[in-house]
Structure formats: C-alpha cells, structure tokens
Design a protein around this ligand. Structure first.
Ligand SMILES: NC(=O)C1=CN([C@@H]2O[C@H](COP(=O)(O)OP(=O)(O)OC[C@H]3O[C@@H](n4cnc5c(N)ncnc54)[C@H](O)[C@@H]3O)[C@@H](O)[C@H]2O)C=CC1
Ligand SMILES: O=C(CO)COP(=O)(O)O
Length: 337
C-alpha cells in the first residue's frame, strides 16, 4: 500500500461494493468490506469470494471483510457507501457515531430518497454534518460483473472540492478503471438515478418485443428529460452528456446485466412489481426512484413523462403497453423544448 494512504472501508457487500473493492485493491489500497451478514464476511475472508453476489470472482489479498462496524472503520481515511439508497439514511444514523472524524465519504449509490427527495450526498451531509469537502460521488457506466472481471471502464469522481476529487481519483485509478474528476456532485447523482428509470422504460419496450428504434428513442428522450430536470436543479449539462449521464444510460439500457433493464423487461412481459421483488434480492433502484424523480420534477415545474409513466407502471396503475401508447399520443412539440 502507498505509505501515505489509510485504509478504505466499503460499506455494503453486494455486487457493487464487492466489485468496487477489487478496483480499490488494484489501485493499491487496503480494503475492508463491511457486510451486514457475518457469513458473507466469513466467505470473503476464507474463500476469497463473495459467493452470494459475485460468484466465481477471486478477491485480491488486500481485501478483507467484517460485520463489525467499528472494525470496518478502523484506520480508514476513505469510507465508501454501497448499500441501497432507500435504507441508507437509517444505516448511516447507526454508523455515523463510529465514523472517523476526517474520513472522506464516497457514495456509489444511484437513487433519490422517496420520503425526502434527497440525493445521497444530501443524506450524508444531514446525518453526519460533514462539509462538502468530505462528500464525494463516484458514478459511471460500471456494471459490477464487468468491473469485477477487470474489463476496461471509466467513471467520474465528483466532489465540490476539486483537490479532494483529484486525491480520490488517485485512490481509484487501477489498470482497468479510469476515473475523471468533476465538481458537479448533483449532476453525477442525478444522472445515476435517472438512468435507472430510463433503463426500466427501455426494458419494458424490450419485454413488449420492440426493437432498436424504440429503445434508441427512449434513451434519447430519457437523456433530454434528465438534462431538463438537471439544468433546473443546477447541474452542469455537460455532466449529463458525460460518463455519469449518457455513458451510464447507454450501459444500463443496452445490457442484459442491468437489474433495472431486466426489471423493466419483466414488467413489459406482464409481471407485476410485487412478483419481481419476490423473486430477486438484488436492488433495482429505479423502481423506487421513478416516484422520487417524478415528484422532484413536479416540484420543479419540469415535464418528466418517462419518470411519470414508469412510476405508473411500477405502481400498477397502467400496463407497459398502455405506457407506450400514452407516450406516443402526447401533444407534439419541438425536440429541444
Ligand atoms: N451493481 C452494479 O452494477 C452497480 C450498482 N450501483 C449502485 O450501488 C448501490 C448498491 O447496489 P448493489 O451493490 O448492486 O446492490 P446489491 O443488491 O447487489 O447489494 C446490496 C447490498 O446492500 C445490503 N443491504 C440491503 N439492504 C440493506 C439494509 N437495509 N441495510 C444494510 N445493508 C443492506 C445487502 O445485504 C447487499 O450487501 C445501488 O445504489 C446501485 O444503484 C452503482 C454502480 C454499479
Ligand atoms: O449502475 C449500474 C451500471 O453503471 C448498474 O445498473 P443496474 O443497477 O441496473 O444493474
């Protein structure tokens, strides 16, 4: 390990927390993963594998795991959050008293809290009282399985303090993972949450049997919708054209590995959200964030038909087929309105 670096604590031993630990380890960090279940921590330490979430991937020797919060934080100067967004606040309230005072916190999560419409950086700020120089986001086209196989990929490291972003960039730059810096935390978070909702809509189109014209149209209008809300909220539109916006949108909407796209595909084939939830324990953030992004758009006076209709389908108020008809029947307008 680098002589000036502390340890990195990764909270969440799901697919992304585990895959990102490989990036961190390959970049030269000592990593401790906090796992909610002790047997997952034990499997990581003894079998060098997270059999539940990343089967068949051998973890590097500088990754260990624990289910003890204090042990996970010990010696950490960077803390990475990789749990589902909707339960993050209650988790963080429990973890915050043990958080090392100067540690920089990094969110890998891609969702907007339903009860408050807050982004994860806002939750971090509210619960821990940390300033913007200790709050960062890493986001991009990063499907966990591909990252775990060390397939080349890039992402954005965003922090309001550019020097902190540059320091974090060094901590996550591995031979297969190329990070770019940004100061646009809001844009990165919005891009990450919105692409999941658009991924659901694309999945529905695929499930209904439609082809590439349909999916390309949804991706493009999804990006327009993301940019419309993003600009209203103060994001840099170029962020939404970058890796945390367009890049992630393309990866999610094109890949059968995406849980959001798969969730949408099953809705398109006529399953209900409840049936899908009952058959998987993996998180599809868009199924919840469609409602928060819809509400955020309504609050901002922004037209957001994709978030609105996806929310209606997930909530069972409309079928995927009815959604496609409704989208096409909307009043016509100029493309750039
Ligand atoms: N899987 C991927 O390819 C990527 C995922 N993300 C984001 O990372 C975040 C985590 O996703 P994944 O790791 O993929 O999810 P996952 O479903 O694979 O794993 C979630 C992890 O959180 C834990 N967990 C679930 N509920 C919890 C609770 N109430 N309290 C504490 N821990 C809890 C689970 O035990 C599991 O370890 C999400 O916001 C997702 O959008 C971001 C980039 C890539
Ligand atoms: O965020 C991701 C890829 O960047 C993962 O997407 P899913 O959550 O849809 O699998």
């Amino acid at each position: 390990m680098h002589p000036e670096w502390g340890k990195v604590a990764v909270f969440g031993a799901g697919s992304w927390g585990t895959a990102f630990s490989i990036v961190l380890a390959d970049a030269g960090n000592d990593v401790t993963i906090w796992a909610r279940r002790e047997e997952v921590a034990r499997a990581i330490n003894e079998k060098r594998e997270n059999t539940d979430y990343l089967h068949g991937i051998e973890l590097p020797p500088n990754v260990s795991a624990t289910s003890d919060v204090q042990e996970a934080f010990d010696q950490a100067d960077v803390v990475v959050w990789a749990t589902p967004s909707q339960t993050f606040r209650e988790n963080l309230v429990a973890w915050a008293p043990h958080l090392p005072a100067d540690a920089v916190m990094v969110s890998l999560m891609k969702g907007v809290e339903l009860s408050t419409l807050n982004r994860m950086s806002q939750v971090m700020e509210q619960v821990t009282g940390a300033g913007p120089e200790r709050i960062a986001v890493i986001s991009g086209p990063n499907l966990a399985k591909e990252i775990a196989r060390r397939e080349p990929a890039a992402a954005v490291v965003a922090c309001a303090d550019e020097q902190v972003a540059v320091r974090l960039q060094r901590r996550v730059h591995s031979p297969a993972f190329r990070p770019y810096t940004s100061v646009d935390v809001l844009g990165c978070e919005l891009g990450g949450a919105y692409k999941n909702v658009v991924g659901l809509a694309v999945g529905m189109a695929v499930g209904l049997g439609f082809g590439d014209n349909t999916t390309a149209s949804i991706i493009t209008r999804g990006l327009a919708e993301t940019a419309r809300l993003g600009m209203k909220l103060g994001a840099n539109p170029l962020t939404l054209m970058g890796l945390a916006g367009l890049g992630d949108l393309v990866a999610t909407c094109s890949s059968p590995l995406s849980r959001n796209r798969t969730f949408g595909e099953r809705l398109g084939r006529g399953q209900t959200a409840e049936e899908i939830y009952a058959s998987t324990r993996q998180v599809a953030e868009g199924a919840k964030s469609c409602a928060s992004l819809r509400a955020l758009a309504e609050q901002s006076g922004c037209d957001a038909p994709i978030a609105m209709y996806v929310d209606d389908v997930v909530a069972g108020r409309m079928t995927a087929n009815e959604m496609m008809d409704a989208v096409l029947a909307r009043d016509t307008k100029a493309e750039t309105d």
